[in-house]
Design a protein around this ligand. Structure first.
Ligand code: GLV
Ligand code: MN
Ligand code: MN
Length: 364
């Protein structure tokens, strides 16, 4: 960002803003573009980073062409979009948008007890810029699709109409640790057996007339985790997704019912804490249409779709007109090292972003 002549500001939750100052004295950006640069463990290369690098590249191209914006253009890398070490996800954009308090975010702990505040301080990213002080008239995020839809349809650019709802839970199942050889099968309160039932019950939420779109148990920690001990405690994660608001609204009650059934059947105690609750959102129609027209003008085939993954744009949409641009993901792979998008498609996406920002500078 500094090499491109941007003024760098790091805010109190570690969001990194690069400001290309406009000719007018005004702190309010015409457009903020960006994404995130954190990843899941053993991640791919593109999720998040592509949107930040492409935004920076757009600024570089416009500067090289001698453009001088009247109002500031901003590039942002939001903190902790993935939420795998510290919940909730989309943390930096949630704090920026006022959907999560700075204090709550800084106090979030990882599995070892380390807080966001101390992790940020350790890497030198507990910045001083006041939360929300970098304001903008609009936000635009370019991202890989992370799924198979665009390739299946043969579309080059995804025009994202919204994001499906996301609910996360941290569940703890408490049974009784005991000897694996001497404890009769009828006398056990095996926390892992109860967890296994809950894994299958949660999967059932995606089946039948009231099915939600996706349910995943991605993390399971078994205690004490030894070969000859009946598991006494299990911690597991739930990740539930659904684009239809009415169905999303039923998720909490259905998770409660699934847990109650497991408790009745196994005698294991279960507590569940909801760590993320983000209802489905729709993006701004006017900015979305601008993206669609820009792609068409560049000769790209487009398709409207709802994002299966969560994005910082979902939080930004709470405070300013927001839209997203997707490029295809080879084999629909993401959150794994096989994540890939060919260079030509990455360039097409960046050119759509460039055209929209250029039009806003021209008309702004
Ligand atoms: C973000 O990567 C998500 O979990 O959807
Ligand atoms: Mn991402
Ligand atoms: Mn991701």
């Amino acid at each position: 960002m500094r090499e491109e002549g941007l003024e760098v500001q790091v805010d109190q939750i570690g969001n990194v803003f690069g400001l290309w100052r406009g000719l007018r004295e005004c702190d309010h950006c015409e457009l903020l573009m960006g994404s995130h640069i954190d990843t899941v463990t053993n991640a791919g290369t593109y999720d998040g980073a592509y949107g930040v690098i492409a935004a920076l590249e757009c600024v570089a191209a416009l500067r090289a062409a001698g453009v001088h914006p009247r109002r500031t253009i901003g590039v942002v890398a939001f903190t902790n979009e993935e939420g795998v070490r510290f919940a909730p996800d989309m943390m930096g954009s949630a704090v920026h948008a006022g959907a999560l308090s700075l204090e709550e975010a800084l106090a979030s702990r990882d599995a070892s007890g380390c807080t966001v505040a101390s992790a940020l301080a350790r890497i030198g990213y507990r910045g001083e810029t006041k939360i929300g002080s970098v304001r903008t008239s609009a936000f635009l995020e370019l991202h890989i699709e992370q799924g198979p839809v665009l390739n299946a349809a043969g579309a080059g650019i995804g025009v994202v109409s919204g994001i499906q709802g996301i609910a996360w839970y941290e569940v703890e199942l408490r049974g009784e640790a005991n000897h694996a050889g001497t404890t009769p099968m009828s006398n056990r309160r095996d926390a892992l057996v109860a967890a296994a039932e809950l894994v299958l019950a949660v999967r059932q939420l995606t089946v039948g007339a009231a099915a939600i779109s996706a349910a995943t148990v991605g993390s399971l920690i078994v205690g004490p985790g030894e070969v000859n001990v009946v598991p006494g405690v299990v911690r597991m994660s739930l990740d539930l997704r659904e684009p239809r608001p009415e169905r999303f609204g039923t998720i909490a009650a259905r998770v409660d019912a699934a847990i109650a059934a497991v408790v009745r059947a196994t005698g294991v105690e279960v507590t569940a804490r909801r760590t993320v609750h983000l209802p489905p959102i729709r993006f701004d129609e006017s900015l979305t249409t601008q993206v669609e027209s820009a792609a068409a003008a560049l000769g790209c085939s487009t398709m409207r779709l709802v994002s299966g993954a969560g994005h910082d744009a979902g939080l930004m949409a709470k405070i300013v007109p927001t839209a997203m641009i997707f490029v295809p993901s080879a084999d629909g792979l993401s959150h794994c090292p096989g994540e890939y998008t060919p260079a030509e498609q990455l360039v097409d996406g960046a050119n759509v972003l460039l055209r929209v920002v250029w039009q806003r500078i021209r008309d702004g």
